[in-house]
Design a protein around this ligand. Structure first.
Ligand code: PAF
Length: 281
């Protein structure tokens, strides 16, 4: 496995892989890898000849008071995990390589970026779509792999790919959870022992809501109230949002019908966690 920092070096490798007819899979990440990322690598390896992973903590998707500086970074550990998983190349550009001083161009998807996480993280999705579009242009993958944990992110990226006629397939892989149900996230490493214990309520309340729907509940506001009350029973939890939307266009729903996304964001101390389930009736 090679670690490449320069865009021009990566493009040269990709050119030769493409010339020899290789199908390229791409796993974009911000590093501090966990089993969720590794599941994306496995999917890419199953479906492609050559797998590229990017590791770049993208400054443009963090707000001024967010955790860009303290976002966990460990390149040695990430390289070992990526190599063991069978990644062919890690692309790990510097900030200057991706955003030189003269940088001026941003990509923005409208409407669906203003709801859910977009309400409390203005500008976040503009940073995500900008860096993902740049990475897609650099890597020119046949398929790119994202985790369903970032449900809104995957919907936004799929929309960008459709709207801009980008020539690749976006593949969404299931959420990978810890033994007790907590969705895997690099940010889980911030949690204190008490916060970590309390955070299990997120998946628990989502699974319970799914069960309520299975048993006939259709009123979205009752389900939101149920989840919010369950979360409020634990220490540390401060709800950012609990919402139920159409799973495709993220429009709020009043009654559960068809495919819906139940999504939430909750702070435990300084750590903001997200989780979701998709339910179809
Ligand atoms: O999901 C992430 O880790 C990031 O948002 C992504 C897609 C790598 C863009 O920086």
């Amino acid at each position: 496995m090679r670690v490449i920092e320069k865009i021009s070096d990566l493009k040269a490798v990709i050119r030769s892989q493409k010339l020899s007819g290789k199908i390229i899979g791409f796993v974009p990440t911000m590093g501090y890898l966990h089993e969720g990322h590794i599941s994306l690598v496995k999917a890419s390896k199953d479906e492609n000849d050559f797998t590229i992973m990017s590791i770049f903590v993208n400054p443009t998707q963090f707000g001024p008071n967010e955790d860009f500086e303290k976002y966990p970074r460990d390149m040695a550990r990430d390289s070992k995990m990526a190599e063991e998983a069978g990644v062919d190349i890690i692309f790990a550009p510097t900030r200057e390589e991706m955003y030189p001083d003269s940088y001026k161009t941003y990509i923005e998807v409208e409407d669906i970026t203003g709801v859910l996480c977009g309400k409390t993280r203005p500008g976040h999705f503009k940073g995500v779509t900008t860096v993902v579009a740049k990475l897609f242009n650099i890597v020119e993958p046949d398929k790119a792999y994202f985790g369903q944990k970032d449900a809104q992110q995957v919907i936004v990226i799929k929309k960008m790919v459709r709207d801009l006629n980008m020539n690749l397939e976006v593949v969404i892989c299931p959420i990978i959870r810890e033994y007790d149900g907590l969705a895997m996230s690099s940010r889980n490493s911030y949690l204190s022992t008490g916060e970590r214990k309390a955070a299990v309520i997120l998946s628990k309340s989502l699974f319970e809501a799914k069960e309520l729907i299975k048993n006939g509940e259709r009123d979205a506001s009752k389900l939101i109230k149920y989840i919010s009350e369950r979360i409020s029973t634990v220490d540390f939890a401060e709800i950012d949002y609990v919402e139920i939307t159409d799973a495709e266009n993220l429009e709020e729903v009043e009654m559960i019908n068809g495919k819906v996304l139940i999504a939430l964001a909750v702070r435990f101390g300084k750590t903001r966690l997200i989780d979701n389930v998709v339910v179809e009736v």
